[in-house]
Design a protein around this ligand. Structure first.
Ligand SMILES: Cc1cc2nc3c(=O)[nH]c(=O)nc-3n(C[C@H](O)[C@H](O)[C@H](O)COP(=O)(O)O)c2cc1C
Length: 316
Protein backbone atom coordinates (compact mmCIF):
# COMPACT_ATOMS: atom_id res chain seq x y z
CA UNK A 1 0.00 0.00 0.00
CA UNK A 2 1.48 3.28 -1.17
CA UNK A 3 2.94 5.38 1.65
CA UNK A 4 2.29 2.56 4.12
CA UNK A 5 3.93 -0.79 3.50
CA UNK A 6 7.50 0.46 3.32
CA UNK A 7 10.34 -1.67 4.60
CA UNK A 8 9.85 -0.58 8.23
CA UNK A 9 6.17 -1.42 8.17
CA UNK A 10 6.91 -4.81 6.65
CA UNK A 11 9.50 -5.59 9.31
CA UNK A 12 6.92 -4.85 12.00
CA UNK A 13 4.32 -7.04 10.28
CA UNK A 14 6.83 -9.84 9.97
CA UNK A 15 7.36 -9.81 13.75
CA UNK A 16 3.64 -10.46 14.08
CA UNK A 17 3.16 -12.98 11.28
CA UNK A 18 6.10 -15.24 10.48
CA UNK A 19 4.38 -16.88 7.51
CA UNK A 20 2.52 -14.06 5.75
CA UNK A 21 3.59 -13.03 2.27
CA UNK A 22 4.24 -9.29 2.46
CA UNK A 23 3.98 -6.84 -0.43
CA UNK A 24 5.87 -3.64 -1.08
CA UNK A 25 4.16 -0.42 -2.02
CA UNK A 26 3.76 -0.09 -5.77
CA UNK A 27 7.09 0.98 -7.22
CA UNK A 28 6.97 2.22 -10.81
CA UNK A 29 9.25 0.63 -13.34
CA UNK A 30 10.25 4.14 -14.44
CA UNK A 31 11.46 4.92 -10.91
CA UNK A 32 13.58 1.77 -10.91
CA UNK A 33 14.93 2.53 -14.37
CA UNK A 34 15.89 6.06 -13.43
CA UNK A 35 15.74 6.46 -9.65
CA UNK A 36 17.62 5.76 -6.46
CA UNK A 37 17.32 1.97 -6.61
CA UNK A 38 18.76 1.11 -3.17
CA UNK A 39 16.35 3.53 -1.51
CA UNK A 40 13.45 2.06 -3.47
CA UNK A 41 14.24 -1.61 -3.14
CA UNK A 42 16.52 -2.39 -0.18
CA UNK A 43 14.89 -4.45 2.55
CA UNK A 44 15.78 -6.45 5.65
CA UNK A 45 16.35 -10.20 5.18
CA UNK A 46 13.82 -10.92 7.93
CA UNK A 47 11.07 -9.60 5.65
CA UNK A 48 11.08 -12.74 3.48
CA UNK A 49 8.85 -13.87 1.91
CA UNK A 50 8.29 -10.48 0.32
CA UNK A 51 6.86 -9.54 -3.08
CA UNK A 52 7.80 -6.47 -5.08
CA UNK A 53 4.81 -4.79 -6.66
CA UNK A 54 5.58 -2.93 -9.87
CA UNK A 55 3.55 -0.30 -11.67
CA UNK A 56 4.08 0.25 -15.35
CA UNK A 57 2.92 -0.70 -18.81
CA UNK A 58 6.06 -0.84 -20.92
CA UNK A 59 7.16 -4.48 -21.26
CA UNK A 60 10.84 -3.63 -21.67
CA UNK A 61 10.95 -1.27 -18.72
CA UNK A 62 8.98 -3.71 -16.55
CA UNK A 63 11.32 -6.53 -17.55
CA UNK A 64 14.28 -4.43 -16.44
CA UNK A 65 12.57 -3.52 -13.17
CA UNK A 66 11.66 -7.16 -12.53
CA UNK A 67 15.26 -8.23 -13.12
CA UNK A 68 16.57 -5.58 -10.73
CA UNK A 69 13.95 -6.58 -8.15
CA UNK A 70 14.78 -10.26 -8.42
CA UNK A 71 18.44 -9.31 -8.04
CA UNK A 72 17.56 -7.69 -4.72
CA UNK A 73 16.07 -11.00 -3.61
CA UNK A 74 12.33 -10.39 -3.84
CA UNK A 75 10.40 -13.65 -3.77
CA UNK A 76 7.71 -12.60 -6.25
CA UNK A 77 7.22 -9.82 -8.76
CA UNK A 78 3.67 -8.51 -8.94
CA UNK A 79 2.18 -6.23 -11.57
CA UNK A 80 -0.39 -3.69 -10.44
CA UNK A 81 -3.54 -3.76 -12.58
CA UNK A 82 -5.80 -2.42 -9.84
CA UNK A 83 -4.82 1.13 -8.91
CA UNK A 84 -7.42 3.66 -10.14
CA UNK A 85 -5.63 6.95 -9.36
CA UNK A 86 -5.54 9.66 -12.03
CA UNK A 87 -1.77 9.85 -11.84
CA UNK A 88 -1.49 6.15 -12.62
CA UNK A 89 -4.07 6.38 -15.43
CA UNK A 90 -2.16 9.20 -17.07
CA UNK A 91 0.81 6.82 -17.18
CA UNK A 92 -1.55 4.19 -18.69
CA UNK A 93 -1.03 1.67 -15.94
CA UNK A 94 -2.77 0.41 -12.82
CA UNK A 95 -6.45 -0.55 -13.19
CA UNK A 96 -6.82 0.92 -16.69
CA UNK A 97 -4.50 -1.85 -17.89
CA UNK A 98 -7.41 -4.25 -17.45
CA UNK A 99 -8.71 -2.69 -20.68
CA UNK A 100 -5.57 -3.85 -22.48
CA UNK A 101 -5.17 -7.53 -21.64
CA UNK A 102 -2.80 -8.14 -24.56
CA UNK A 103 -0.48 -5.47 -23.24
CA UNK A 104 -0.59 -6.99 -19.74
CA UNK A 105 0.20 -10.36 -21.30
CA UNK A 106 3.19 -8.82 -23.11
CA UNK A 107 4.38 -7.28 -19.84
CA UNK A 108 4.04 -10.58 -17.99
CA UNK A 109 5.86 -12.43 -20.75
CA UNK A 110 8.71 -9.94 -20.77
CA UNK A 111 9.04 -10.02 -16.98
CA UNK A 112 8.92 -13.81 -16.83
CA UNK A 113 11.70 -14.02 -19.37
CA UNK A 114 13.95 -12.15 -16.92
CA UNK A 115 13.24 -13.74 -13.55
CA UNK A 116 12.94 -17.16 -12.00
CA UNK A 117 10.52 -16.10 -9.23
CA UNK A 118 6.75 -16.05 -9.88
CA UNK A 119 5.33 -13.10 -11.81
CA UNK A 120 1.83 -12.40 -10.49
CA UNK A 121 -0.93 -9.89 -11.23
CA UNK A 122 -3.16 -7.92 -8.90
CA UNK A 123 -6.36 -6.80 -10.59
CA UNK A 124 -9.91 -5.67 -9.94
CA UNK A 125 -13.01 -7.57 -11.11
CA UNK A 126 -13.48 -4.98 -13.83
CA UNK A 127 -13.28 -1.35 -14.83
CA UNK A 128 -15.92 1.24 -15.58
CA UNK A 129 -16.62 2.42 -18.18
CA UNK A 130 -16.43 -1.08 -19.59
CA UNK A 131 -14.19 -1.09 -22.66
CA UNK A 132 -15.95 -4.09 -24.25
CA UNK A 133 -19.64 -3.75 -25.07
CA UNK A 134 -19.73 -7.32 -26.43
CA UNK A 135 -19.05 -8.87 -23.01
CA UNK A 136 -20.85 -8.91 -19.72
CA UNK A 137 -19.07 -8.00 -16.49
CA UNK A 138 -17.86 -11.51 -15.77
CA UNK A 139 -16.97 -12.22 -19.42
CA UNK A 140 -14.64 -9.22 -19.37
CA UNK A 141 -12.89 -10.48 -16.23
CA UNK A 142 -12.67 -14.03 -17.57
CA UNK A 143 -11.11 -12.83 -20.83
CA UNK A 144 -8.60 -10.69 -18.99
CA UNK A 145 -7.49 -13.57 -16.75
CA UNK A 146 -7.43 -16.03 -19.66
CA UNK A 147 -5.26 -13.78 -21.82
CA UNK A 148 -2.82 -12.96 -19.03
CA UNK A 149 -2.65 -16.58 -17.91
CA UNK A 150 -1.62 -17.61 -21.43
CA UNK A 151 1.45 -15.41 -20.94
CA UNK A 152 2.38 -17.55 -17.93
CA UNK A 153 0.84 -15.72 -14.97
CA UNK A 154 -0.43 -18.42 -12.62
CA UNK A 155 -1.31 -16.36 -9.56
CA UNK A 156 -3.93 -13.60 -9.52
CA UNK A 157 -4.77 -11.44 -6.55
CA UNK A 158 -8.28 -10.21 -7.13
CA UNK A 159 -9.57 -7.09 -5.41
CA UNK A 160 -13.22 -7.98 -5.74
CA UNK A 161 -14.51 -4.53 -6.76
CA UNK A 162 -14.64 -2.74 -10.09
CA UNK A 163 -12.47 0.33 -10.47
CA UNK A 164 -14.40 3.37 -11.57
CA UNK A 165 -11.93 5.23 -13.70
CA UNK A 166 -13.54 8.66 -13.69
CA UNK A 167 -15.11 10.66 -10.90
CA UNK A 168 -14.02 8.68 -7.84
CA UNK A 169 -10.94 9.21 -5.70
CA UNK A 170 -8.74 6.17 -4.95
CA UNK A 171 -10.24 6.12 -1.44
CA UNK A 172 -13.81 6.12 -2.81
CA UNK A 173 -12.74 3.41 -5.23
CA UNK A 174 -11.95 1.21 -2.24
CA UNK A 175 -15.35 1.80 -0.68
CA UNK A 176 -18.09 2.62 -3.17
CA UNK A 177 -17.99 -0.09 -5.87
CA UNK A 178 -19.68 -3.13 -4.31
CA UNK A 179 -17.68 -6.20 -3.34
CA UNK A 180 -18.45 -9.10 -5.69
CA UNK A 181 -16.75 -12.15 -4.20
CA UNK A 182 -19.06 -14.27 -6.36
CA UNK A 183 -17.29 -13.13 -9.54
CA UNK A 184 -13.90 -14.03 -8.09
CA UNK A 185 -15.29 -17.45 -7.11
CA UNK A 186 -16.43 -18.06 -10.68
CA UNK A 187 -12.84 -17.59 -11.83
CA UNK A 188 -11.83 -20.51 -9.68
CA UNK A 189 -14.30 -22.75 -11.43
CA UNK A 190 -13.29 -21.59 -14.92
CA UNK A 191 -9.54 -21.74 -14.27
CA UNK A 192 -9.00 -24.62 -11.84
CA UNK A 193 -5.29 -24.77 -12.69
CA UNK A 194 -4.67 -21.15 -11.60
CA UNK A 195 -4.23 -19.75 -8.11
CA UNK A 196 -6.56 -17.01 -6.93
CA UNK A 197 -6.05 -14.89 -3.84
CA UNK A 198 -9.02 -12.84 -2.68
CA UNK A 199 -8.73 -9.24 -1.55
CA UNK A 200 -11.16 -6.55 -0.47
CA UNK A 201 -13.01 -5.92 2.78
CA UNK A 202 -11.56 -8.92 4.66
CA UNK A 203 -11.01 -8.01 8.30
CA UNK A 204 -11.69 -10.86 10.68
CA UNK A 205 -10.52 -14.39 11.39
CA UNK A 206 -14.02 -15.63 10.59
CA UNK A 207 -13.99 -13.95 7.18
CA UNK A 208 -10.52 -15.29 6.43
CA UNK A 209 -11.55 -18.85 7.32
CA UNK A 210 -14.67 -18.59 5.22
CA UNK A 211 -12.82 -17.33 2.12
CA UNK A 212 -10.06 -19.89 2.49
CA UNK A 213 -12.68 -22.52 1.71
CA UNK A 214 -12.92 -21.03 -1.77
CA UNK A 215 -9.54 -19.42 -2.39
CA UNK A 216 -5.89 -20.41 -2.13
CA UNK A 217 -5.19 -17.30 -0.07
CA UNK A 218 -6.52 -14.00 1.15
CA UNK A 219 -4.90 -10.58 1.13
CA UNK A 220 -5.58 -8.06 3.88
CA UNK A 221 -4.87 -4.40 3.19
CA UNK A 222 -6.25 -1.75 5.51
CA UNK A 223 -6.98 -4.04 8.45
CA UNK A 224 -3.41 -5.35 8.48
CA UNK A 225 -2.18 -1.78 8.76
CA UNK A 226 -4.78 -0.33 11.12
CA UNK A 227 -4.91 -3.35 13.42
CA UNK A 228 -1.72 -5.30 12.72
CA UNK A 229 -2.17 -7.65 15.67
CA UNK A 230 -4.87 -9.37 13.58
CA UNK A 231 -1.97 -10.96 11.69
CA UNK A 232 -0.67 -12.61 14.86
CA UNK A 233 -4.15 -13.94 15.55
CA UNK A 234 -4.38 -15.32 12.02
CA UNK A 235 -0.98 -16.97 12.28
CA UNK A 236 -2.00 -18.64 15.54
CA UNK A 237 -5.35 -19.84 14.27
CA UNK A 238 -4.18 -21.01 10.87
CA UNK A 239 -0.61 -22.21 11.37
CA UNK A 240 0.75 -22.38 14.92
CA UNK A 241 -1.44 -22.72 18.02
CA UNK A 242 1.55 -21.76 20.19
CA UNK A 243 1.99 -18.39 18.49
CA UNK A 244 1.01 -15.68 20.96
CA UNK A 245 3.53 -12.83 20.98
CA UNK A 246 2.55 -10.07 23.39
CA UNK A 247 2.18 -6.59 21.94
CA UNK A 248 4.75 -5.38 24.45
CA UNK A 249 7.26 -7.94 23.21
CA UNK A 250 6.64 -6.81 19.63
CA UNK A 251 7.32 -3.20 20.64
CA UNK A 252 10.57 -4.27 22.32
CA UNK A 253 11.73 -6.19 19.25
CA UNK A 254 10.76 -3.36 16.94
CA UNK A 255 12.65 -0.88 19.16
CA UNK A 256 15.79 -2.92 18.59
CA UNK A 257 15.21 -2.75 14.82
CA UNK A 258 14.57 1.00 15.06
CA UNK A 259 17.82 1.48 16.98
CA UNK A 260 19.76 -0.26 14.21
CA UNK A 261 18.07 1.70 11.41
CA UNK A 262 18.56 5.03 13.23
CA UNK A 263 22.27 4.30 13.20
CA UNK A 264 22.00 3.97 9.41
CA UNK A 265 20.27 7.35 9.12
CA UNK A 266 16.59 6.36 8.81
CA UNK A 267 14.33 8.92 10.51
CA UNK A 268 12.60 7.91 13.74
CA UNK A 269 9.21 9.28 12.73
CA UNK A 270 9.13 7.15 9.55
CA UNK A 271 9.44 4.02 11.68
CA UNK A 272 7.37 4.87 14.76
CA UNK A 273 4.27 5.76 12.69
CA UNK A 274 3.77 2.13 11.74
CA UNK A 275 3.22 0.87 15.29
CA UNK A 276 0.28 3.20 15.92
CA UNK A 277 -2.32 0.50 15.33
CA UNK A 278 -0.67 -2.17 17.45
CA UNK A 279 -2.86 -1.71 20.53
CA UNK A 280 -6.03 -0.97 18.52
CA UNK A 281 -9.03 -1.84 20.66
CA UNK A 282 -6.96 -2.22 23.84
CA UNK A 283 -7.18 -0.05 26.96
CA UNK A 284 -5.07 3.14 26.83
CA UNK A 285 -4.37 2.73 23.10
CA UNK A 286 -5.18 6.34 22.40
CA UNK A 287 -2.93 7.71 25.17
CA UNK A 288 -0.15 5.44 23.95
CA UNK A 289 -0.47 6.73 20.38
CA UNK A 290 -0.49 10.31 21.60
CA UNK A 291 2.67 9.70 23.63
CA UNK A 292 4.40 8.38 20.49
CA UNK A 293 3.18 11.15 18.16
CA UNK A 294 4.28 13.83 20.59
CA UNK A 295 7.47 12.02 21.49
CA UNK A 296 8.84 11.78 17.95
CA UNK A 297 8.80 15.57 17.64
CA UNK A 298 11.57 15.92 20.23
CA UNK A 299 14.97 16.27 18.55
CA UNK A 300 16.49 14.04 21.25
CA UNK A 301 13.99 11.20 20.71
CA UNK A 302 15.37 7.78 19.84
CA UNK A 303 14.34 4.12 19.96
CA UNK A 304 13.91 4.37 23.74
CA UNK A 305 10.70 6.28 23.04
CA UNK A 306 9.11 2.97 22.10
CA UNK A 307 10.30 1.29 25.28
CA UNK A 308 9.17 4.22 27.43
CA UNK A 309 5.75 4.12 25.78
CA UNK A 310 5.18 0.69 27.27
CA UNK A 311 4.69 2.22 30.73
CA UNK A 312 1.42 3.69 29.45
CA UNK A 313 -0.11 0.45 28.23
CA UNK A 314 1.29 -1.55 31.14
CA UNK A 315 -0.36 0.88 33.56
CA UNK A 316 -3.65 -0.26 32.03
C1 LIG B 1 -3.39 3.94 1.48
C2 LIG B 1 -3.55 2.79 0.53
C3 LIG B 1 -2.60 2.58 -0.44
C4 LIG B 1 -2.73 1.51 -1.33
N1 LIG B 1 -1.74 1.27 -2.24
C5 LIG B 1 -1.80 0.18 -3.02
C6 LIG B 1 -0.72 -0.19 -3.87
O1 LIG B 1 0.32 0.48 -3.91
N2 LIG B 1 -0.87 -1.31 -4.62
C7 LIG B 1 -1.99 -2.09 -4.57
O2 LIG B 1 -2.06 -3.11 -5.25
N3 LIG B 1 -3.02 -1.77 -3.78
C8 LIG B 1 -2.94 -0.67 -3.01
N4 LIG B 1 -3.97 -0.37 -2.16
C9 LIG B 1 -5.19 -1.22 -2.19
C10 LIG B 1 -5.07 -2.36 -1.20
O3 LIG B 1 -3.96 -3.18 -1.52
C11 LIG B 1 -6.31 -3.23 -1.24
O4 LIG B 1 -6.46 -3.77 -2.52
C12 LIG B 1 -7.59 -2.46 -0.88
O5 LIG B 1 -7.38 -1.59 0.21
C13 LIG B 1 -8.72 -3.45 -0.56
O6 LIG B 1 -8.33 -4.34 0.46
P1 LIG B 1 -8.73 -4.11 2.01
O7 LIG B 1 -10.21 -3.97 2.07
O8 LIG B 1 -8.20 -5.33 2.73
O9 LIG B 1 -8.04 -2.85 2.46
C14 LIG B 1 -3.85 0.67 -1.26
C15 LIG B 1 -4.81 0.89 -0.27
C16 LIG B 1 -4.66 1.93 0.63
C17 LIG B 1 -5.69 2.12 1.72
Amino acid sequence: MMDYTDRHCRYLLRLLAPGALLYTEMVTSAAIARGDVPRLLAFHPAEHPVALQLGGSDPRELALAARVGAGYGYDEINLNCGCPSDRVQSGRFGACLMGEPERVAACVRAMRAEVAVPVTVKCRIGIEPMPRQDLDEYGFLRDFVGTVAEAGCQIFIVHARSAILAGLSPKENREIPPLRYDLARRLRKDFPHLTFVLNGGIRTLEAVKEHLQDFAGVMLGREAYNNPYVLATLHRELFDPQWAPSRDAIVEQYAQYVRERLAEGHPLRAMVRHVHGLYAGMPRARAWRRFLSEGVTSPAANADLLLESLDIVRAA
